[in-house]
Design a protein around this ligand. Sequence first.
Ligand code: NAD
Length: 493
Amino acid sequence: MEAAESIAGPRRVRLFVADDWVDGVGAEPLRVTSPATGEEIALVEQGTRADVARAIEAATGALEPLARMTAFERGGLCHRIADRLLERREEIARDITAEQGKPFRSQALPEVDVAAEMFRDAAESARRLDSAVHPSSDPAKRVLTIRQARGVYGIITPWNFPLAIPSEYLSAGLATGNAMVWKPSEWTPLSAWHLMRCFLDAGVPEGTLSLVLGAPDEVGDEVAGNPGIVAIGLTGSSRTGELVARRAAGKPMLLELGGNGPTIIFDDADVAKAIRQTAFGSFENAGQICNSTERILVHARLHDEVVAGLVDEAAKVRLGSPFEDETTMGPVANEPTAAKMDSHLEDARERGAEIVFGGARAGGFPTSLYYEPTVLDGVTTAMRLNVEETFGPVAPVLTFSDEDEALAWANSAPFGLNGSVFTRDIGRALRVAEKLQTGTVNINETSAYWQPHTPAGGFTGKKSGMGRIGGIYTLLEMTQVKTITIDIEEGSS
Ligand code: NAD
């Protein structure tokens, strides 16, 4: 079955602030067009700094009711949100595809499932978020710790998983009793609107969540900097991470930023598997995943076989309307992403890389955002493809001669999110995994492989962020530990 191809006119998306859907008093509504069809799909009201302030006030008022609820009750709300997401699964997935461009059946529907599972996981984890009674060095004292919500959180999220990434924060935040002011990506307002509705339908206490839409340098900046917001959760680019970290200096921050996924294929690897997995990591979601495979380091002995294999895999990609079931890759989500692909490929060409497959925007589609899956050979560490995040459907091959060289090149990039190693030698696999400067290493698996309940995040010293997101790790980040000491001595006063 195919999802509806046409999108029925632009929808007006309003802010939800202080328990009311409101119009923006900021700039003119933002017109959002579908990368898939070019149709105007949303007119997005634009908020201001004053809306953030009102959202903070409402959130502050929600803290006490949230604290009065047990973890079991807040978990119940999370389960209700998951139920609502699944009831509206098709409708939500259609909008994800319309505004982001990922294939409806194979990627947008599963994103709704993942988001729902995040709410269920947070509900269950919150019930088990126990803490300790500590051995005391003083016989007259008992010492225990409790975990408490941090307070009013600012949540800032990107467009590449417009439902799942917000769900990571909003589920953990609700389950642990935080109130949240959320600024979603300006490119994907419809997913945000759906999630906000699910929160309201589940019956969360007034003020628990506000949806503040608007310009990044106004609404986003205010969410980061306003002292009424005491902690920040941001998923976005490394540049935004730096800006937000400066504005939010001193606040607890969970920053999930960019990556450029090094993948090392050693000469003893299962080559067919390595090629398949690597191509998946480069082309899934048109390469717009923080842990996409963006640098493929291949041992010289396997070079020809791997390059030929990647070309075969690229040729199998069905680029087309993301509403059609046969399509495996839709358009990239927006013009800045396509333009970055253009400029990275241009830089690579100028510096001597060879484009062996694709390499350009594809013609014959309703928009200019359909990009050919691209394979490059002869890439070097000096190229922008190696030192920046491309975030497009690209498989760049670098050729190494030994383990030390592979590791040095893999670690030469400023990012350190996910890496991957293909080898049949368990000793080498673990040695390299320990030395790769990434927060996650997948062995004999694509860099893009990820289980949502496991910890993900950047390697310290790189530009991929700080803290760990995923399952109970998000709950730990979004709570603070309080130590309580009790004197049990009788009549000491
Ligand atoms: P982006 O940094 O452009 O935007 C992310 C969010 O930050 C948006 O809501 C945006 O409006 C907001 N923002 C931008 N400038 C701001 C400012 N000055 N102050 C406050 N907020 C601001 O990122 P994007 O293009 O939406 O998303 C893609 C990026 O996200 C990639 O770099 C990708 O690697 C990264 N990402 C990381 C992870 C992870 O888990 N590490 C996951 C997904 C995406």
